[in-house]
Design a binder for this molecule. Structure first.
Ligand SMILES: [Cu+2]
Length: 169
């Protein structure tokens, strides 16, 4: 049992990615299917999802990967105030990191890849020739000083559910 648990832990990340791909790939046409078995531990016996960071788990890391699955991985992270969070594009599809202006803590500085100081500016910049796009192999960093919860998204993939959350404690 102990050995098996160790194995499962190693596979947790891969399983998480596969599930993400499955759900995001479903897109609009999967809504008819009521029993998508891929739910996060919605009753099945998959104990291995415990380490996958799904559900309400906050991953304690300062690095978020942006993948061709159109997802931030991990989707929810927790860092200490003053931490620099790095977003790395590990796939070939470009992404943005764009904070929702109304979903950051009071008094926190707005952030968005491209250096915009408001959500509207970030949207306009992206429309004007993809300013703020983070291409394959590149990364974006932001240092978060103000405690609280930050919600952010990827401008071209918001409709695909490419959103993330950072909790600064
Ligand atoms: Cu994206």
């Amino acid at each position: 049992m102990e050995t098996r648990r160790t194995f499962v832990r190693g596979l947790g990340v891969a399983a998480g990615v596969a599930l993400t791909g499955c759900s995001s790939g479903g897109g609009s046409d999967s809504s008819g299917d009521g029993d998508s078995g891929s739910g996060d531990g919605s009753g099945g016996g998959d104990t291995e999802s415990n380490d996958g960071g799904s559900g309400s788990e906050w991953a304690e890391t300062s690095t978020v990967e942006m993948t061709d699955e159109l997802a931030y991985e991990p989707k929810k992270i927790q860092v200490e105030a003053g931490t620099t969070v790095t977003f790395e594009n590990v796939g070939s599809i470009g992404h943005t990191v764009t904070a929702y202006e109304d979903d950051i803590p009071d008094g926190a500085d707005y952030f968005a890849s491209g250096g915009f100081d408001s959500l509207q500016a970030a949207k306009d910049g992206y429309s004007n020739g993809q300013e703020g796009n983070i291409p394959e192999g590149e990364s974006y960093e932001v240092t978060l000083e103000t405690r609280g919860t930050y919600e952010y998204y990827c401008i071209p993939h918001e409709m695909n559910g490419m959103v993330g959350t950072i909790k600064v404690v």
